[in-house]
Design a protein around this ligand. Structure first.
Ligand code: MN
Length: 725
């Protein structure tokens, strides 16, 4: 690896930033060189080579002068006797702030002891302070990776893993493809040396063919584009990215020969319109491979990346990838967020869309701006809710994406509702964990389930933090709802069966009853009963009335009951006058509840009108009007035979008579079969009942008498009452 000299660095900076204060950069170099004078790198080079290399990587990104200065000084306060104050005095607040930021990031001890997600979050926190701090940190890591060969093997693996888990994803998030690619390839080299070698060899063996092939494809395409009047600004083979090839071979289990982007060309054009024109021409020239087209122009990636990607069957029938983008898109693709701070010629126009996107990205990261202490910083992060994702594995190795903070229960419900319901414990990476464990990136999660059963109510307690995803919450709530329904149906069934027996209806078809009450299914009806959405007394009243409407009570009455005088159907109570012939006026058709008045006719009884009826208002003989009211309670009474089963007790019949009398019910007859050998008395009584309400009430009261086993109505259809126990 060639080392960067200060002169080379100054030349590099001057090239893209002619106004840079080169003397100031040299002063920073002098300070760093003297501060690190006694230190060596593990490569055997003086420490200052690292400072120069970092500054040079920042210059590759065309970063501003302060960033170059900070890059040179980034390790001074942490590793040397020169304090931050000296840097501040000599180079100003801005440089001091960035150097301090890099020092703090190192102080966070990112890595193995914390999860990748947590570390990544910390990096994002740091960005709130100053995104360029993170760029310096990335440059620092990149140079350390380039010189990793000089470290002992255990350090190599540790640092490579940390790079793969934290810094490469970070570079990706920031859209800095050039750095990401190099970090990934270097990490892979130490983490999977055999695979890395294999791919490197395959690429090298293929190299001449590849180059010839790419050159041929470019020639064909540029000729065709020229015919169409398109002259690309640049067209070349895409740089190899070993890690991406590795990923496709391993993750997608593709053979090396099946990987399209081994043969890839990149076309840079002037504007968006040309991007699509070129795409059309590429597709007319070579057949596109289905499912391989991505329009990242219409739908940019989160890191602002824009480009058209397509894969076609290129020359000689070999797959070829083509990426098409504008210069601006290419700049963002290569340098990502760093493009924002690139030195620009004064007066160079800035893309307002890009500006607004950057602002949005900044705001996203800006929410922890004023925390300066690293410890407080870490603590605050731990308590924050994050919408980030964690990636975990099933025991079979499938990757599952979950919201950060998700627990094993969330995971279980994600896998399957049934797994969630029966979840009783979990193993993470082979070890039992508590159910409030927060899943971390890379965890292998195994759910321990019961054979049957459901979730616990405690899972819904937000204070316990056992369930964090809305999906799991919803499933658990559903389970309890379903459970409540099952219980309510059972309760409803018990209530209804008991009541039907009591009222002497015997076995009834629940389907018919449900329909009668306008419920879609018997279960719905029973659930409503169980939940007391509909009261059992309402049900008995309605059933009782329905039965009465169907059958004429006197004929239905059992023999021992004396026939009751037929009561005329009275719809109204006319105050002070009973049993008058009544009919409803046709002119105004009064409905129950209407304010009504009676008109005494000559010879046809009373006509009932609405009080606001035009005819009533015009009646001159006001003395013939009579006050009437809708009759609320039907005054007719019906004989109902009830049967009481009870253990023998003196005075029981007397007690029953008392209840009946207290209700104002006439007991038409009563008989008792007492003192049988099983000591059970059967008392049969015929009650003149006015309403179903009244019947229910009196049955309930009798039921509560001492020694009463049960009481129910006897009907000829109801069968039950005939059995003698
Ligand atoms: Mn460093």
């Amino acid at each position: 690896m060639e080392t960067v000299t200060i002169d080379a660095l100054l030349a590099q900076v001057q090239k893209y930033n002619p106004k840079a204060d080169l003397a100031r950069i040299r002063r920073a170099y002098d300070l760093a060189a003297s501060a690190h004078a006694t230190q060596m790198r593990s490569t055997g080079d003086p420490y200052i080579t690292h400072c120069l290399a970092v500054a040079s990587i920042l210059a590759d990104l065309y970063l501003d002068e302060d960033s170059i200065v900070a890059g040179l000084l980034h390790d001074v306060p942490e590793d040397t006797a020169v304090p931050l104050e000296t840097i501040q005095e000599q180079f100003g607040d801005e440089v001091a702030k960035r150097v301090d930021g890099v020092t703090k990031l190192s102080g966070l001890r990112l890595g193995m002891e914390q999860s990748q997600a947590e570390s990544l979050r910390k990096m994002f926190m740091a960005m709130a302070e100053e995104i360029r701090v993170v760029l310096i940190k990335l440059a620092d890591r990149l140079h350390n990776m380039r010189t990793l060969y000089a470290r002992p093997p255990d350090k190599q693996r540790k640092i490579a893993r940390e790079t793969m888990e934290i810094y490469a994803p970070l570079a990706n998030r920031l859209g800095i493809y050039t750095i990401r690619r190099e970090l990934e390839d270097l990490s892979l080299k130490y983490l999977e040396p055999d695979k890395y070698k294999e791919i490197e060899t395959l690429l090298a063996d293929d190299k001449d063919d590849q180059q010839a092939y790419i050159a041929q494809a470019i020639t064909i395409l540029s000729e065709r584009l020229a015919q169409e009047g398109i002259h690309p600004l640049d067209m070349r083979g895409r740089p190899k990215h070993i890690y991406s090839i590795y990923e496709k071979m391993v993750r997608k289990r593709r053979d090396f020969s099946q990987i399209y982007d081994i043969r890839a060309i990149r076309v840079i054009v002037e504007n968006v319109r040309d991007c699509y024109v070129v795409l059309g021409i590429v597709h007319s020239l070579w057949a596109p491979l289905p499912g391989e087209f991505d329009d990242f122009i219409a739908k940019p990636k989160e890191n602002l990346y824009q480009s058209l990607h397509t894969a076609v069957i290129g020359p000689a029938g070999k797959p070829l990838e083509v990426q098409i983008r504008t210069t601006e898109m290419h700049e963002i693709a290569e340098f990502g967020i760093a493009a924002h701070w690139r030195y620009k010629e004064p007066g160079a126009k800035r893309d307002p869309v890009f500006e607004s996107k950057i602002n949005w990205l900044r705001q996203l990261m800006d929410w922890r701006k004023d925390i300066s202490d690293a410890q407080v910083f870490v603590e605050s992060i731990k308590t924050e809710e994050f919408q980030d994702q964690v990636y975990v594995y099933t025991p079979k190795g499938d990757i599952i994406e979950m919201a950060a903070g998700a627990t094993p229960i969330d995971f279980a419900y994600h896998v399957h509702t049934e797994v969630g319901n029966r979840c009783r414990g979990a193993k993470v990476n082979g070890k039992i964990v508590p159910l409030d464990y927060r899943l971390k990136v890379g965890d292998r999660v195994e759910i321990l389930t019961a054979k049957k059963g459901g979730p616990s109510r405690a899972w819904l307690n937000p204070g316990l933090g056992l369930v964090r995803t809305s999906r799991a919450h919803e499933r658990i709530r559903q389970w309890f709802k379903q459970q409540a329904r099952v219980e309510a149906i059972a309760d409803g069934r018990e209530l209804l069966e008991k009541e039907l027996h009591r009222l002497g209806f015997g076995q009834r078809n629940f389907d018919e009853i449900a329909k009668f009450f306008n419920y879609k299914s018997p279960d719905d009806f029973l659930e409503a009963l169980g939940h007391e959405d509909i009261s059992i007394s309402t049900v008995s009243v309605r059933l009782f009335e329905a039965e009465r409407a169907k059958t004429a009570p006197p004929e239905e009455a059992p023999p021992p009951v004396r026939p009751l005088p037929k009561v005329p159907e009275t719809k109204f109570t006319v105050k002070g006058v009973n049993n008058l012939l009544q009919h409803l006026a046709r002119c105004c058709n009064p409905l129950p509840g209407d304010d009504v008045v009676g008109f005494i006719t000559r010879g046809r009884g009373i006509t009932i009108h609405r009080r606001d009826c035009k005819n009533v208002l015009e009646i001159s003989e006001r003395e013939r009007l009579i006050a009437v009211d809708w009759n609320q309670t039907d005054q007719a009474v019906y004989p109902v035979q009830v049967q009481v089963r009870a253990f023998d007790r003196a005075g029981l019949v007397h007690d029953i008579s008392g209840i009946v009398a207290a209700e104002g019910i006439n007991m038409a007859s009563a008989s008792a079969l007492a003192g049988r050998k099983d000591h059970i008395s059967i008392i049969t009584a015929t009650l003149e009942i006015a309403s179903a309400d009244q019947l229910t009430r009196v049955l309930n009261k009798i039921d509560r008498l001492p020694n009463v086993i049960e009481v129910h109505r006897v009907t000829s259809s109801g069968g039950d009452g005939e059995k003698r126990g």
